[in-house]
Design a protein around this ligand. Sequence first.
Ligand code: SIN
Length: 463
Amino acid sequence: MSDYIKVKNPATGQVIKEIRINSEEEIKEKLKKGHDCFKKWAKVNAHERSRLLRNWSRIIQENKTEIAEIITLENGKPLSESLGEVDYATSYIDWYAEEAKRIYGRTVPASSETKRIIVTKQPIGLVAAITPWNFPAAMMTRKAAPALAAGCPFIVKPAVETPITTIKLVELAHEAGIPVDVIQYVNGSGTKVGELFTSSEYVRKITFTGSTPIGKLLIKNSADTVKHVTMELGGHAPLIVCEDADLDFAVQQALLTKFRNAGQTCVCANRIIVHEKIAKTFSKEFAEAAQKLIVGNGLDKGTQIGPIINEKGYNKIINQINDAIEKGAEVLAGNQFIADREKGYFFVSPTVLANVKLNMNIMHEETFGPVAPIITFKSLEDAVEIANSTPYGLAAYFFTNNYKTGTYLSENLDFGIVGWNDGAPSGSHIPFGGMKESGIGREGGLEGIEPYLETKYLSIGNF
Ligand code: SIN
């Protein structure tokens, strides 16, 4: 890698900005600064930390249009989605500005009259975050807000594809009054910075959103210094449509979860599993609606599907489609591409595949693109077996109006997030995270601040 990251607009392949890569010395220096300010930041009272977070959220909202345009320029998603992402990002700050004031301890009845027992929570120390390109604002604040609320300093390395959003958010945090060493960013390759973060004696916690293989490496490398980890990793979400489902609603929700951010989210439906009796009707309606989605530059009015982030992502999608077609899948919509490898832009039209079989790669590999494979099922037991036959366990969706079917599915699906007649379950108020190889820990909600806190227990004797 050269000394600069060339940040490209994925819709055109044009370089929009060059961002300087930090040297090893600079990163170590920043880690030290983050560590050195820990005690001071931890002592700032919770109401003041809350006030600073509210300031940050307000200033981000004042700059909402500019930030949304940056997101669209470097990530490619439609501007309407970027505007939504800014709101999603500040919702985490607003939530944790409140949670800062609710970090409670407790007293425990002692086993002897001469003792008193008090349990308290205290911040864990310097938190190092590695954030992804698919939600450059929201994934950063989802980590920064609980860390800062808990009293931890925070240092973040954004994805090389989307560093500009992070730089802007950190600058606004400083403008909001959060001390410069308390929230910092560094730029560089994931491998290099990951090594520096995991080997640093100053870092007490690593929080990461990204692929499962990288997550595993970060967990391994954190072992030597026994760091806490929160890992939000890959997914392969099933979406089950039962015989009694409200079909129009299921189609509309499936479109929402499948094609948000051009299918480039960890919680996107990756496999659509439909009861054989309604499969034909569902597939027809779904394919017709998918076909109508407008593909283009995220800055153009009306665009609903932006570009694929890069050539590697594009190749993976093409390979999965070709593999499925070779093994007998039928194309109901899409399978059209606008790409220029030289210029560096890649668009895939929303693609719907029917007659899908379990031996196709798309049924096992995360797609991260606008491709929807449809497979059918006969019994609920089959549907659950197909759904759970993956090492991932992040999100699952199902559509039914029968409470017994719904209860059976919700109890038997091995996923951290389950949407019952709901294709959009994300939010700052809910514990987001996965089972199995989809991760460790939860982000958001009441659970999302715990990973930034240590529990200390005080036993007072001689009463
Ligand atoms: C992700 O794709 O990692 C996050 C999606 C969300 O928060 O809804």
